[in-house]
Design a protein around this ligand. Sequence first.
Ligand SMILES: O=C(O)CCC(=O)C(=O)O
Ligand SMILES: [Fe+2]
Length: 216
Amino acid sequence: MDAELFPRARAEIAPGAVHVPDWLDAREQRELLAACREWAGPPAGLRTVRTPGGGTMTARQVCLGWHWYPYGYARTVVDGDGAPVKPFPAHLGALARRAVADALGAGAAREAAYDIALVNFYDGDARMGMHRDSDEKADAPVVSLSLGDTCVFRFGNTETRTRPWTDVELRSGDLFVFGGPSRFAHHGVPRVLPGTAPPELGLVGRLNITLRVSGL
Ligand SMILES: O=C(O)CCC(=O)C(=O)O
Ligand SMILES: [Fe+2]
């Protein structure tokens, strides 16, 4: 439906931060979506995240491997149903290493032991404020995969939550990796574009799968 005159090109958005359009083919997207639906079920399923200030995040979340909560990691859903977090499947680790190798080059993936997946579900009104992924004790690149609706992904700088930043459209199947000098850069999702998912995928809304190395 979004047929471009020219294919979207991979782009280095900042040193160590690379956008690879259409990295997942249609079958891989369907399989990941089916897996996300399994992971989202209870126990330790999709939940609304409450921040210490009394707010709630609009993107709902489920974790694999380590449970992330504001602001740390646990092995159980300490801010939810208390159940043990679902295991991190080995195939996601292999996927993350392949993603890093494709985005940053073979050397960058090394032996990185990916052990965290955060699955964020965005409906049309959801967004994510500017933040850094900084609760890990490792500096391996963060791998981000998008399914469903297109979003505006805002990639900023390591110093401040404000400009300079670059807005990138992430569509279903796109890969974004940030490592090296960009590993601790601020980023967020100011907007989801409802109704832009590929119809054959069968998802209303947007899913993001973020893969990280905990170092824990
Ligand atoms: O949804 C996205 O693309 C970003 C998610 C994110 O930054 C996070 O979960 O830390
Ligand atoms: Fe993040």
